[in-house]
Design a binder for this molecule. Structure first.
Ligand code: HEM
Length: 335
């Protein structure tokens, strides 16, 4: 009996094994590009690092207010841009998923700013921007390919390494990687750029595309290479706390208007300086949160957390971001 049943039992086990293995493979195959991107970001940072963001892991949360300029109404009917002073929560960050990355490390750039405005009705909306005017690639697939190329280009890999091949065929990525990005004196002396365009609609129903620019009132100030080498690992966080203890930090929020023929769906192409700009208002930051580390774990910003009067462009990178952020948020919350 036993002998007769053995092959049957074995084939059931084999079938189960095959099923499990195939299910595993199928699960790998159906992972979306945003999920694979989060996997690769975690891998590149030596993570996953429990409780931290898969990208822009190190940061500081501060609060303050935003007051819209009268010109903002000409562009959009968005509630937080109609003139009333509204509270903001802002997170400054370093690039990469490494929570302990020294602030002056070249990989910490582009730095990030994430701003949450809460309008009088209680409606909130976010802006999530970086300190470089452009993205390395035009599509989420190419972003994943870029990160995978970096991951496959260790010191022992012979030339041409995958990253060299990728940069050779993607000029915007090469420009992004090779552009000098000197470490800032302060988060308060760094300009930030929205990169992805949005479609703004005013009360009269007029719509136009624009990109955000967030310009420090204190000016764009950078460390020299020598200063950067000597900078303390957390100098940006410590400097911002000390600065805010003395005086508020201000940024001008500006909309850079698209001209006819501008690439509104491709963040890898900067629009240049000869564009009309509309001053949307002034960001005044006054408080570094003592419980920043706890607050940032609960905060989840999204570039598509929008309100009536501001709509997304069809930029595929912009449209893919919320899904990637959601995977990261879920994982850092332990889901
Ligand atoms: C396909 C393209 C992109 C992917 C896959 C991606 C992925 C991510 C992920 C996974 C996070 C962590 C989210 C969290 O845990 O809350 C993140 C954060 C962030 N990303 Fe992106 N990102 C992309 C494009 C961009 C672009 C175009 C910008 C700016 C223009 C940007 C700026 C930021 C900033 C500033 C943060 C930190 C937000 C915070 O402080 O909570 N990202 N990104």
């Amino acid at each position: 009996m036993i002998r007769r049943h053995l092959p049957f039992t074995q084939s059931v086990i084999s079938a189960l094994f095959l099923l499990t293995a195939t299910a595993g493979l199928a699960a790998d195959r159906v992972k979306s590009v945003p999920e694979q991107t989060v996997d690769t970001l975690e891998k590149l940072s030596g993570g996953p690092h429990a409780g931290f963001r898969a990208n822009h892991a190190k940061g500081i949360v501060v609060t303050g207010s935003f007051t819209a300029d009268a010109a903002a109404k000409t562009l959009t009917k968005a509630e937080h841009l109609q003139g009333a002073k509204v509270p903001v929560t802002v997170r400054f960050s370093n690039a990469t998923g490494v929570p302990t990355l020294p602030d002056a490390d070249p990989n910490a750039s582009p730095h990030g700013i994430a701003i949450r405005f809460t309008a009088p009705s209680g409606q909130a909306t976010d802006i999530v921007s970086i300190s470089y005017d452009g993205f390395p690639v035009s599509t989420p697939d190419d972003f994943l390919a870029l990160l995978n190329a970096v991951a496959a280009s260790g010191p022992d890999v012979p030339s041409p390494k995958p990253i060299e091949t990728f940069l050779g065929s993607h000029p915007a990525a090469k420009a992004f990687v090779t552009a000098p990005k000197p470490a800032p004196v302060s988060y308060a002396t760094l300009p930030f750029y929205g990169v992805n365009a949005f479609n703004f609609t005013n009360a009269a129903g007029k719509s136009q595309y624009a990109r955000y620019r967030i310009i420090p009132v204190a000016g764009d100030k950078r460390l020299t290479d020598d200063e950067a080498k000597k900078a303390a690992p957390d100098y940006l966080i410590d400097e911002l706390k000390a600065r805010l203890a003395k005086a508020p930090v201000k940024f001008k929020l500006i909309a850079q208007l698209a001209k006819d023929g501008d690439a509104v769906n491709d963040g890898s192409i900067a629009w240049g300086k000869d564009h009309k700009e509309v001053l949307l208002g002034t960001l005044t930051l006054d408080t570094a949160l003592a419980d920043s580390a706890a607050v940032e774990k609960k905060l989840a910003f999204s570039p598509l957390h929008l309100v009536d009067g501001i709509a997304p462009s069809a930029d595929p990178v912009l449209l893919a971001r919320p899904a990637a952020y959601a995977f990261s948020v879920g994982r850092r919350a332990g889901k």
